[in-house]
Design a protein around this ligand. Structure first.
Ligand SMILES: *[C@@H]1O[C@H](CO)[C@@H](O)[C@H](O)[C@H]1NC(C)=O
Length: 350
């Protein structure tokens, strides 16, 4: 009769295997700006949009989604690497609902920053409002899967946070108000304080696992290079120095919070900045032909509505370019950057 037990033994083993492989990260949840927005700006009244061609031409189905790229943004690739959906839906997109958001949701808004004054510039979603939407999501999730399961999803989820560039480029260096109030070092400290308050607030809401990305070598964005006449359109060194300084301050603040708040695991890595800078300085090593200008149109200043289908100059193969529009990376660059982060994220959080 022993043979009767064999299937049960087998089944038990299979179930144990399945349980072992059950994802430790059940959802990817995103806060931030255009580096990670998957379409929230489509639903609000701002001139900063990208839900038209040629945006999205290399996205699944060739459809523009509101991502500021020809393809995907890093959270999509990270979600896929964790065995979840290949793209993270935008919270405000009416095509999606709470059943989609169980495994991932994006609250990011292109053009926003840590500073309320930054989101005011182009009338986009301020960071505090992203948190309000997150709270609303928490209650919808509880109603949908029950309190117990919702709590598990919300604490085990990996939260991706990426913003800060707009605070400097769209706000501090463009609108006089903050410059009259702060030196750039003081402004960095102000932003780090806002970032700290934000991280403490979401901790109190149950968030535990975070990947926080600092700012990129923002002096090398084509828009900034285009106006750097003095230095033959090279990267604006001052902006890159500010980025490195700001990232260093964020890093120190994160180390403090990791120490102070039990169970908080925030990963901040300088690798993303370094890697991004490296591909800009030696594009051909990574299969790129062009680093200075973007694929879309003349590649010097066009983004959002200025990057559209009527531009005759838009490149045909975006994978040869580091930048898609004057401010945002191509799908290929986003893939390479995600690949730098993914091994660390899997090791630390899965
Ligand atoms: C940003 O605006 C929100 C909403 O008005 C407010 O609650 C918050 O205190 C502001 N933050 C700062 C640092 O002023």
């Amino acid at each position: 009769m022993a043979c009767i037990y064999v299937p049960w033994l087998l089944l038990t083993q299979i179930l144990l295997q399945v349980a072992k492989h059950e994802a430790k990260v059940p959802a990817i949840i995103v806060f931030g700006d255009s580096s990670v927005d998957s379409g929230n700006n489509n639903q609000i009244s701002t001139p900063l949009k990208s839900n038209f061609k040629p945006y999205g031409r290399d996205f699944a189905g060739g459809q523009p989604t509101g991502r500021f790229s020809n393809g995907r943004v890093p959270p999509d690739l990270i979600s896929e690497a964790f065995g979840l959906k290949p793209s993270v839906p935008a919270y405000l997109d009416p095509k999606f609902g709470i059943s989609d958001f169980v495994t991932g949701v994006c609250f990011a808004s292109a053009g926003t920053g840590y500073d309320n004054a930054t989101s005011d510039v182009l009338n986009v979603i301020p960071l505090w409002k992203e948190v309000e939407y997150y709270k609303e999501y928490q209650s919808k999730l509880r109603a949908y899967v029950g309190h117990h399961k919702a709590r598990k999803i919300l604490t085990e989820a990996l939260y991706l946070i990426s913003l800060g560039t707009n605070d400097f480029l769209e706000n501090y260096y463009t609108i006089p108000r903050r410059q009259a109030q702060f030196t750039v070092q003081q402004y960095q400290d102000f932003l780090v304080e806002l970032a700290e308050n934000f991280l403490r607030e979401i901790y109190s809401l149950g968030v535990r696992k975070i990947s926080l990305t600092g700012v990129p070598p923002m002096g090398c964005l084509p828009l900034e290079r285009a106006t750097n006449f003095m230095n033959n359109h090279d990267c604006v060194e001052e902006y890159n120095n500010v980025a490195v300084e700001f990232n260093g301050k964020l890093n120190n603040m994160v180390a403090k919070l990791n120490q102070e708040l039990p169970g908080y695991k925030i990963l901040f890595t300088a690798k993303v900045y370094q890697f991004f800078y490296q591909i800009i300085r030696s594009p051909s090593s990574y299969g790129f032909d062009v680093a200075e200008v973007a694929c879309c149109s003349t590649g010097t200043f066009e983004m959002s509505y200025l990057c559209n289908e009527d531009n005759p100059f838009t490149c045909t193969d975006a994978s040869k370019y580091i930048f898609w529009d004057a401010f945002h990376p191509t799908d290929k660059t986003n893939q390479l950057i995600a690949n730098i982060l993914i091994p660390d994220l899997l090791k630390l959080f899965n």
